[in-house]
Write a protein that binds this ligand. Structure first.
Ligand code: NI
Length: 384
């Protein structure tokens, strides 16, 4: 069943109002209480079944197809950022210092549009579509929370998007394999022996040890990783000492590692630990290396590359090869459990993500709604 031009215009109008409502009332990660209520209200208005899970924030719904088949999921993130909005839009944030500067308002409204279309077209569905409005993407907490609540139980595949300001409206970026980088954090604490700056032989200087470590850690990417892999190890904080004539006892470093290969991600922490422990031992210092795994690589399953591109073309949209991004996305967490595909949705915005003047073209809402509705139908129809 194809929508008439009037029906399309009506849906677009509704999605614009949803997006503006969300934009005006942004909420930070794990505080999306009003957003949760509002999404629930919209789903109920559309006659879509809301599923109950033990989640403080976020909403899950499901559209049951008229024919039996597997269950797949569409995911939108719903949180905003601690940024003071500078767009001067008439529907700017009313929540001082909080802004939808990553376009998650767009994702939520767009996937809501797909849900509305799927509810109307459920007799075309050979299976079910679960809709996840996930909280706390920005803090990498949401996907884990949702999965632990059992939301993915019985789900066979998952699909999602991020808006892309540098692509025009009506263009969809598709890429098999790694799309977005892994994001991890590390801390290194070096413990030496403090003493008189003029008598270093009676001390173990943690600053000199730290200096050696900083240089040696850079060698991991160039000497220990295969040339087919890539990664960055960035040390972003170094702290030690508090005066000019005393050798301090301790030094601390902190930083992040990003890569597009889960294989590289797995070996880097061990290499870093070995490197800093070796250097500390050479100087007689002690070291504590702490690794905080955040999110893996957004790694698109080859099972869905063809259908992701063909769906866009069927609807008359442009398909481009998606450029990789060094930003992270907690959608990656779902992809460690089940096959998934994440696309770029062109929104033709003037600024990159997380900028106080970030905005986008709302015409892309209907594109996203149509694309994800059609993608769900196609994936379920082609399911083997
Ligand atoms: Ni985002």
């Amino acid at each position: 069943m194809k929508q008439t031009v009037e029906q399309q215009a009506e849906l677009q109008k509704k999605l614009v109002s949803y997006r503006r409502d969300l934009h005006e009332h942004p909420e930070l990660s794990m505080k999306e209480y009003e957003t949760t209520k509002q999404i629930r209200r919209w789903l109920e208005e559309a006659g879509i079944t809301v599923l109950e899970y033990d989640l403080p924030v976020g909403v899950v719904a499901e559209i049951k197809g008229s024919r039996p088949g597997p269950t797949i999921a569409l995911r939108a993130d719903i949180d905003a950022l601690p940024i003071k909005e500078e767009t001067a839009l008439p529907f700017s944030s009313r929540n001082e210092g909080v802004m939808h500067a990553c376009g998650h308002d767009f994702h939520t409204a767009g996937i809501m549009g797909a849900a509305i279309l799927l509810q109307e077209r459920r007799n075309e569905l050979k299976g079910n579509v679960r809709i996840l409005f996930q909280p706390a993407e920005e803090t990498s907490q949401g996907a884990v929370l949702v999965e632990k609540a059992g939301v993915l139980d019985g789900v066979e595949a998952i699909f999602g998007m991020h808006n892309k300001p540098d692509l025009p409206v009506g263009t969809i970026g598709v890429r098999e394999g790694a799309l977005m980088a892994s994001v991890d954090r590390f801390e290194i604490e070096i413990c030496g022996v403090g003493g008189h700056a003029g008598i270093p032989n009676n001390a173990i200087d943690p600053i000199v040890v730290t200096g050696q470590m900083i240089s040696a850690l850079q060698g991991i990417v160039s000497r220990n990783l295969s040339s087919f892999h890539n990664a960055v190890i960035s040390i972003t904080q170094v702290h030690s000492g508090n005066t000019w004539n005393v050798i301090p006892e301790k030094a601390e470093m902190e930083g992040t590692v990003r890569t597009f290969q889960n294989e590289a991600r797995e070996i880097i922490p061990d290499l870093m630990k070995r490197t800093v422990e070796g250097i500390a031992s050479a100087y007689g210092a002690k070291v504590d290396f702490r690794w905080y795994p955040y999110i893996p690589v957004v790694d698109n399953s080859p099972l869905f590359t063809k259908v992701a591109a063909e769906t866009a073309r069927d609807l008359g949209y442009e398909v481009v090869t998606a450029a990789q991004s060094q930003a992270g996305e907690d959608f990656a967490y779902y992809q460690t459990m089940l096959p998934g595909f994440f696309v770029w949705m062109g929104v033709d915005g003037p600024k990159e993500w997380h900028h106080p003047s970030f905005t986008l073209k709302e015409e892309a809402l209907l594109v996203a709604a149509q694309y994800f509705a059609k993608l769900s139908i196609n994936v379920l129809n082609q399911w083997k």
